[in-house]
Design a protein around this ligand. Structure first.
Ligand SMILES: Cc1cc2nc3c(=O)[nH]c(=O)nc-3n(C[C@H](O)[C@H](O)[C@H](O)COP(=O)(O)O)c2cc1C
Length: 452
C-alpha cells in the first residue's frame, strides 16, 4: 500500500429537515420537500462537492414516539433512498442502517452487496441493535430483545455478513464464452454457519464489488457495543461529550481492535458533531440564539423522554421532579443504555424537573453529541484539534438544519480544512474503503486469495 497522509474523514449524517428536534418548524428547513428525491440528490451532491467520504442514514423501523417527528431524519427506508442517491452521485460513499435485532442476515448481505456493486464499491452498512418496544411490536414480538441477547445476535449477524461477503473469491466470475465457464471452479464456497441465532448455508448469490466487501460501521457505546465494534467494525459513530471522554472511547476501540489482532489504524472513530457554522462567529451565535429562542419548546418532549427512561410519563407535568424511584436499574433497562444512564445521572445529581431534563434532549445538539459553534476557521480549528489529539479520525456531521447546515459547512469549513491538507481537494479513490484508507484486512485478504 502506498503511504498516504492521514486526512479527516467527513461523514454526512443525512436528515431531510435537519437534526435539531424542531428543525422541521424552522423557516429555512424544507419540510415540504422531505418526500422529494430531487431534494435529497441536491443534499448528496453538496456533500460530494465538499469531498465527504460518505452519506449515512440512521434508521428506526417504527414511527417515532412523537408522530409529529414522522418526517424528522428521513421518512424513507435507507437502502432504498441510498440506491437512488448512488445513481445521482459518482464518488461519495453510502451507508444505510440495518437493525441486527429485526433483520435477516442473508437478506441484508444481499441488499448491501447489491448496493455495493451498483455503486461500484461505495457501500457500507451501519449495524445497530435498535431500541424500544415499538420496534419489537412491528416485528412480531411484544418486547425488545434483552441487551445482552441482542448484542450476541448482533455479533452473529456481523459474522454471517462477513462470511457471506467473502464467500466469492474476487476473480470468481470468468464468463468464458469459449469454454462455457461462467464461474471459476472453487470460486464460490458455502459458509455453513451454525450459530445460536442464525444457521446459514451460503454462499451469497451476489459477487464481489470493487472494494472487496462493504464497509461495516457500528454505533453501540456500552461495553458490549464497543466489543462488537472492536471485532467487526471498519468505522464507529461515537458519542462526543468532551474531548477527554471521547479520547477514552477512541483508545478503547483501538486497543480492542489490537487485542483481536487487528491493525488499530483499520478502525476509524468518528465522533458526532453538530456544527453551527456561518461566515462569522457572531452570525453563528445568532443562528443558535434564534433556534434556542424559537424552537426548543416541543410539547411532545415528555413522551420522548419517557421512552428514553423506560417509564410512562403520561399524567406528569414538566414542573414535576423526575420520578427517580420509578426508573429501572441500568441492568434492567432494555433501551439504549448509555443515554439512559446519562439522563438518570443528570436528573439525580442536579435534582432536575422533567421539563428541565427534557430540555437537555431538545437542546442545540442531541444528547451525547458536540455542538460546535463558530466561523469556518474556528470550527476547522476545533476539528483539527480533536483529530490531532487522539480523539477522532473524522467526524459524523449532524447538520442542525438542512439544507443550510451542509451548505454552510462546505462553504466555510471545507476550504479551510483543504488549505491545511486535512481534506482532499479531489477524490483519489473510487471506493468507500479507498476514501477511508482501510484496505481489506489480512484475515480477509487471505480468504480473498483462496486460503481457507
Ligand atoms: C451517531 C450514532 C448513530 C446511531 N444511529 C442509530 C440508528 O440509526 N438506529 C438505531 O437504532 N440506533 C442508532 N444509534 C444508537 C446505537 O446503535 C446504540 O443503540 C446506542 O449508541 C446505545 O448503545 P448501547 O446500547 O450499546 O449503549 C446511533 C448512535 C450513534 C452515536
Amino acid at each position: 500500500m502506498t503511504e498516504r497522509r492521514r486526512t479527516i474523514s467527513l461523514n454526512f449524517n443525512l436528515s431531510g429537515v435537519g437534526h435539531h428536534t424542531s428543525a422541521w418548524r424552522h423557516p429555512d428547513s424544507r419540510t415540504e420537500r422531505a418526500l422529494d428525491l430531487d431534494y435529497y440528490v441536491q443534499l448528496a451532491r453538496t456533500a460530494e462537492a465538499g469531498g465527504f467520504d460518505s452519506i449515512f442514514i440512521a434508521d428506526t423501523p417504527a414511527l417515532r414516539a412523537d408522530p409529529n417527528d414522522a418526517l424528522a431524519n428521513t421518512p424513507f427506508e435507507p437502502i432504498t433512498l441510498l440506491a437512488a442517491l448512488a445513481a445521482s452521485t459518482t464518488r461519495i460513499g453510502i451507508i444505510p442502517t440495518i437493525s441486527t435485532s429485526y433483520s435477516d442476515p442473508y437478506t441484508a448481505a444481499r441488499q448491501i452487496a447489491s448496493l455495493d456493486l451498483l455503486s461500484k464499491g461505495r457501500a457500507g452498512v451501519n449495524l445497530v441493535t435498535s431500541a424500544g418496544d415499538a420496534v419489537a411490536r412491528n416485528h412480531s414480538r411484544s418486547h425488545h430483545i434483552q441487551h445482552a441477547a441482542r448484542y450476541a445476535r448482533a455479533r452473529e449477524f456481523a459474522e454471517v455478513l462477513e462470511l457471506l461477503w467473502t464467500s466469492w473469491s474476487p476473480d470468481a466470475v470468468l464468463a468464458d464464452r469459449e469454454d462455457g465457464v461462467m464461474i471459476r471452479p472453487g470460486g464460490v464456497r458455502p459458509i455453513d454457519y451454525e450459530g445460536e441465532f442464525f444457521q446459514v448455508a451460503g454462499p451469497l448469490n451476489v459477487p464481489r464489488s470493487p472494494q472487496g466487501r462493504p464497509v461495516v460501521v457500528q454505533a453501540g457505546a456500552s461495553p458490549a457495543g464497543i466489543a462488537l465494534a472492536a471485532e467487526h467494525a471498519d468505522a464507529v459513530y461515537a458519542r462526543s461529550m468532551s474531548i477527554d471522554e471521547t479520547r477514552g472511547v477512541y483508545g478503547a476501540l483501538k486497543a480492542g481492535a489490537s487485542a483481536r489482532g487487528r491493525d488499530p489504524e483499520s478502525i476509524k472513530v468518528l465522533p458526532g458533531v453538530v456544527p453551527y457554522v456561518a461566515a462569522t462567529e457572531k452570525e453563528a451565535r445568532e443562528l443558535v440564539r434564534e433556534i434556542e429562542s424559537r424552537l426548543v419548546h416541543n410539547p411532545a418532549e415528555l413522551r420522548v423522554l419517557g421512552t428514553m427512561l423506560g417509564v410512562d410519563l403520561s399524567g406528569y407535568e414538566p414542573q414535576d421532579k423526575v420520578p427517580l424511584h420509578l426508573l429501572p436499574a441500568p441492568e434492567e433497562f432494555n433501551g439504549s443504555v448509555t443515554g439512559f444512564v446519562e439522563l438518570r445521572t443528570m436528573a439525580a445529581e442536579e435534582g432536575l424537573t422533567l421539563g428541565e431534563l427534557a430540555g437537555r434532549l431538545g437542546g442545540i445538539a442531541p444528547l451525547g453529541m458536540w455542538a460546535l459553534i463558530g466561523s469556518g476557521t474556528q470550527v476547522a480549528d476545533r476539528l483539527q484539534h480533536w483529530f490531532e489529539n487522539g480523539a477522532a479520525d473524522g467526524f459524523n456531521l449532524m447538520m442542525p438544519i438542512a439544507p443550510g447546515g451542509v451548505e454552510a459547512f462546505v462553504e466555510h469549513v471545507v476550504p479551510v480544512l483543504r488549505e491545511r491538507g486535512l481534506v482532499r481537494e479531489e477524490y483519489t479513490s473510487t471506493t468507500l474503503r479507498g476514501h477511508l484508507g482501510i484496505p481489506l484486512e489480512e484475515r480477509e485478504s487471505a480468504r480473498l486469495e483462496g486460503t481457507p
